[in-house]
Design a protein around this ligand. Sequence first.
Ligand SMILES: C[S@@+](CC[C@H](N)C(=O)[O-])C[C@H]1O[C@@H](n2cnc3c(N)ncnc32)[C@H](O)[C@@H]1O
Length: 303
Amino acid sequence: MADDQVKQDVRRFYDQIGWQTESDGFYQNARYEDLRPVSASYIYKCHMRVNRHLIRPGHFLLDAGSGPIQYPAYLTYGEEFAYRLCVDISFLAMKEARKRLGNKGLYVVADVANMPFISGVIDGLVSLHTLHHLPLAEQRKAYNEFDRLLAHGKVAVIVNGWTESRLMKRWAWLQRIMESAGAKISSSRRKNSERSAEEFPKSKPENGPSGKNKPQDKKVTGTFIEKLDAQWLRRELAENDIQILVWRSVSVRFLRAVIHSVLAGKLLLALLYMLEEKYPSYFGVNGQYPLVVFHKSESMDNR
Ligand SMILES: C[S@@+](CC[C@H](N)C(=O)[O-])C[C@H]1O[C@@H](n2cnc3c(N)ncnc32)[C@H](O)[C@@H]1O
């Protein structure tokens, strides 16, 4: 598919599906996150890792592919910057972001691989879960843009998933066992509730889960995704100063399958977080989601 076509498809997806609010009050996109209370603290702390690399204070923080700034932790990235310059290919994303940031935000519908700003004006840059929507050559161009826009001595913090995580592959057996146990438990729960509904028909709620107000499952098709691996990144950015650290080492699928409050889920995640803190490079390269710290290159400074 041509690059322009890819981008149009991605924009249509986010305008029509990804940033539409569902009946539970969350964006459709939030269904790709684990929003259960058992994982909340771990997920929040992982979100906050971005903050430790941003150089503050500053004038402009560029958020490349900002979406609507959907999680409260995302608001903290803009602290001590005068403005948060949100760039996104989706118009709806920008409209929604304005609801959260108001006058602190500047909103530009544009492509992160080709941004309409002059060089060297950005004091900090974040980009989360966006570059994987671009073909690899365009991802490379986006990094060039980050380099061009950053001011001397400043950094970008980029979060994306690897195509394949060695760690997740190693633990796939556990995920499979837990998924099949989970499927058995929910099927037996369903049977029990159907049985009690037959035995006590009056107790069945009129508009409850099986009634006419049951939320309808929308058919959602995803959009273009091109992930990558640490080798590609290191090769392509060989001339840049980058560090690959951990953002979050486990996938959402793994969290949902394995982490449960009755199985000491909070404790397990606290231990995992401690390990990630101790070995950030190992978990960054081998886990599911790396956090890339990208330093403005010297050569760009000299142009
Ligand atoms: C998965 S969402 C992530 C949004 C936000 N960063 C977050 O973490 O919640 C990906 C976002 O990237 C935007 N996007 C995808 N391709 C883009 C491109 N080429 N230029 C600008 N934005 C793009 C999408 O419109 C969408 O808002």
